[in-house]
Design a protein around this ligand. Structure first.
Ligand code: GDP
Ligand code: IMO
Ligand code: MG
Length: 427
């Protein structure tokens, strides 16, 4: 049986939470495969709003088994408070499975994330400050602490000791900060271990068996294609691989299990943090998009930078991920505009580029080449079918579909669970 990947096609915050939730009734497992609590996925069900950071969105569907895969970095304190917050609202996390191979975010990762950003000054990445980059750094340097280490207090103590012997030197001598007490960290993490133990599993094996038993597995990405460590706007990226290629490594299932790659694409573009963004609008139009679209970060509360739809990026996301279907979100936000510009290519130092330039230097200089399309004035938030959309909205969707190079199979017309026009089934 198949597995499907749901991946952000831009710089994150495309509406992955809503899209995952929509599929919750049709799938058996929802797996987060990378990132950590840098993610903020919003789901609106009736008058209830949920903001999920580490828990897979499937937690909100009672029949789904939510899984945190090996590719995720976990801040156990944050995870437990997220679980407790949902329990207060009557949602159980009892079914949650956590990969024994996932890495843990440790106190020194959070401390280092903050000091290194400060040290970079104007060149800062604008991270979420959650310790994501340093945790992945230690993973790759083979100095990380994993979830399974929580099951062996002797090993856990040793790993914390080894890590802090080095990191305390860096914190105190390079950054002039206070060192971290290994005994206190051990005590804190042993307490987390008690609560997390029942959830720890060989999730790769669980998913392989589930697939053999004809279950449907949905892999839920965090962040987005342009924030990918390899394929994004490096160094203004996150430290993991949100793209579909990263999904298999981060969930522990082989690529030949994947049958659908669903890209989530916003009807315009946003980005949080530093880095190039060719269609960014720094004028009142950008402010209008921010306010109309409610473009404020779910995790850090920062203003999201806003701009027009960038078809060069969408085409790139189609290519890098092998997108089979797009879920176009927030079309309703564009209602009321006379004309809607879409970036079709870039101009870099007098030369037209139909693809993302090869070098970051060129990408930083990219100026958008726009085509304009007629807008619509009608409120579309209660549209149920494609035919309910005004002709100009239909034409805008068809244009984006043609430019992106993959079919738009669902269209978001509002934040609610039921505010989606399904053109053809996604799974
Ligand atoms: P994610 O990180 O990709 O899950 O996206 P976020 O939750 O950070 O940001 C998306 C925001 O848009 C959330 O506030 C959603 O409730 C909202 N949203 C998602 N789809 C739609 C849509 O089709 N229309 C409108 N108006 N809002 C949407
Ligand atoms: P979701 O899953 C938007 C951005 C940060 C920063 C860069 C690196 O909600 O789409 P990090 O803390 O990961 O080292 O920060 O990545 N970033 C996101 N932007 N949505 C996200 O997640 C993001 N997660 C990280 O703003 O520019
Ligand atoms: Mg988000």
């Amino acid at each position: 049986m198949p597995a499907a990947v749901l991946v952000g096609a831009q710089w994150g915050d495309e509406g992955k939470g809503k899209a995952t939730d929509l599929l919750g009734g049709d799938v058996d497992y929802v797996v987060r495969y990378q990132g950590g609590n840098n993610a903020g996925h919003t789901v609106v069900i009736g008058d209830q709003k949920y903001a999920l950071h580490l828990l897979p969105t499937g937690i909100l569907s009672p029949e789904v088994v939510p899984v945190i895969g090996n590719g995720v970095v976990i801040d156990p304190g944050v995870l437990l408070s997220e679980i407790d917050g949902l329990a207060e609202r009557g949602i159980s996390a009892e079914r949650l499975l956590i990969s024994s191979n996932a890495h843990l975010i440790m106190p020194h990762h959070k401390a280092l994330d903050k000091v290194t950003e400060r040290y970079l000054g104007k060149a800062k990445i604008g991270t979420t400050g959650r310790g994501i980059g340093p945790a992945y750094g230690d993973k790759i340097a083979r100095m990380g602490v994993r979830v399974q280490d929580l099951l062996d207090p002797g090993i856990l103590a040793k790993k914390i000791e080894v890590a802090l012997t080095e990191k305390n030197q860096v914190l105190t001598k390079v950054y002039n900060r206070r060192g971290i007490d290994p005994a206190a960290v051990l005590e804190e993490y042993l307490a987390y271990a008690e609560r997390l133990k029942p959830h720890i599993a060989d999730t790769s094996l669980v998913l392989a068996k589930a697939l053999d038993e004809e279950k449907f597995v949905l892999l839920e990405g965090g962040q987005g294609t342009l924030l990918d460590i390899d394929h994004g706007t490096y160094p203004f990226v996150t430290s993991s691989s949100p793209t579909s290629g990263g999904a298999c490594a981060g969930a522990g299932i082989p690529p030949n299990r994947l049958t659908k790659i669903i890209g989530i694409l916003k009807a315009y573009t946003t980005r949080v943090g530093s880095g190039p963004f060719p269609t960014e609008l720094t004028d009142e139009m950008g402010e209008w998009l921010r306010q109309t679209g409610g473009e404020y970060g779910v995790t850090t509360g920062r203003n999201r930078r806003c701009g027009w739809f960038d078809a060069v990026i969408a085409r790139y996301a189609t290519r890098i991920n092998g997108v089979t279907d797009y879920f176009l979100t927030k079309l309703d936000v564009l209602s009321g505009l006379e004309r809607i510009p879409v970036c079709v290519a870039y101009e870099v130092d007098g030369v037209r580029h139909d693809e993302i330039p090869m070098t970051q230097t060129d990408f930083h200089h990219a100026k958008p080449i726009y085509e304009e399309f007629p807008g619509w004035q009608e409120d579309i938030t209660s549209a149920k079918s494609f035919d309910d959309l005004p002709p100009n909205a239909q034409a805008y969707v068809r244009t984006l579909e043609e430019m992106s190079g993959a079919p738009i199979s669902a269209i978001g017309v509002g934040p609610g669970r039921d505010q989606t026009v399904v053109v053809r089934p996604l799974v």
